[in-house]
Design a protein around this ligand. Structure first.
Ligand code: FAD
Length: 327
């Protein structure tokens, strides 16, 4: 069996691992310049900042096994057990918040490195344009073509789509695959992020993270407190309402967000600031199954819209997608 996977984020890479371990040939394509998708980390000078996912929790045995392995190899560490000393009574809520020591993108890089030398190829800067039934199946079986935007084709017996749902559905428009209309109505929240490097410590509480601290920011993360940055660096994520209202304010965004961030900076001044916009940040509704399988069983959709809008959900959806094909 040969499988083409669209997307080298958490779910696509986990699916690739599971399939290659079972002896399947896999071709992964991703439009990004490197792997990771929403597991995104950026360097600004000496600072390292996560600008997509900030941390993750573990609630399922399957993901716990992966995290145990990362812990053993020093790839992840526990940041804390809760951010809000007031609501967590200072002791946390019991759930460890994990972070990747070299930034969240290193999780994807580690998964990709684990596929080196296997029957899996990974192509980045490679954008899938459409998915269609193979024109010329050689052995009488019905295969599928993923057509790339340069008109080249990656063919397989099956395809796993792990892009955010609107993007996966767009790829299937000419496939003839029948879709559930509920899937087509899945909407996503947007997130606008502000990344700043500072000349001194911020006023963010000791835990290093703030959930819904004011009416602008849904999360604020101190990357130095997280243990991923040598220099003072803070990530601010505007909440969905603010992000939606200001999505087109490109000319003033940096200024607007910088002004809102001030109250969290104490005596520190901003050295450098950057804005990052996530149009398809978080699915608003989650499909009841951990992946979706077409009637013919050869097209699978996976990602965080299926097993939960988090790193763990994406991981477990990738596993489910692989097993939907293997089983
Ligand atoms: C701002 C933000 C903050 C977050 N914070 C947290 C957090 O603190 N904790 C947590 O657990 N989760 C968090 N998340 C969610 C978490 O990042 C995601 O659930 C998870 O990373 C999704 O993984 P995925 O593989 O499903 O999708 P993605 O990571 O989006 O991967 C999909 C991949 O598909 C590729 N792709 C799309 N279209 C095409 C195409 N046509 N051709 C080729 N490739 C294509 C993309 O480039 C991308 O790499 C956050 C997300 C955002 C955006």
């Amino acid at each position: 069996m040969r499988v083409v996977i669209v997307g080298a984020g958490m779910s696509g890479l986990v699916a690739a691992h599971e399939l290659t371990a079972a002896g399947v040939d896999v071709a992964v394509v991703d439009k990004g310049r490197s792997v990771g998708g929403r597991l995104a980390t950026r360097r600004i000078g000496d600072a390292r900042l996560d600008h997509g996912a900030q941390f993750f929790t573990v609630r399922t045995p399957a993901f716990q096994r992966r995290v145990d392995d990362w812990m053993e190899r020093g790839i992840v560490h526990v940041w804390n057990h809760g951010f809000d000393a007031a609501t967590d009574a200072g002791s946390g809520d019991g759930h460890p918040r994990y972070v990747a020591t070299a930034g969240m993108n290193s999780l994807a890089k580690d998964l990709a490195a684990g596929l080196d030398g296997t029957s899996c190829s990974i192509e980045t800067s490679t954008m899938a344009f459409t998915v269609r039934p193979s024109n010329a199946p050689t052995d009488g079986s019905s295969g599928w073509d993923v057509v790339i935007d340069d008109a080249s084709v990656r063919s397989g017996d099956a395809v796993i789509l792990t892009s955010p749902l609107p993007q996966s559905l767009a790829l299937l428009v000419d496939s003839g695959v029948e879709m559930d209309s509920t899937l087509m109505r899945t909407e996503y929240d947007r997130t606008i992020g502000l990344l700043v490097t500072l000349d001194g410590p911020s006023a963010i509480p000791e835990t290093g993270g703030v959930n819904d601290g004011d009416d602008v920011f849904s999360f604020i993360g101190d990357n130095r407190a997280k243990g991923i940055s040598a220099a003072e660096a803070v990530t601010f994520h505007a909440n969905p309402e603010w992000s939606e209202a200001h999505w087109n304010d490109d000319d003033t965004l940096l200024e607007l967000l910088g002004a809102e961030a001030q109250r969290w900076l104490g005596d520190a001044s901003i050295i450098e600031a950057q804005v990052k916009k996530w149009r398809l940040a978080t699915p608003r509704s989650i499909w009841p199954d951990p992946c979706w399988v077409s009637a013919g069983g050869r097209i699978v959709m996976a990602g965080d819209a299926f097993a939960g809008p988090k790193v763990e959900g994406a991981h477990n959806s990738g596993l489910a997608a692989a097993h939907a094909l293997l089983d």
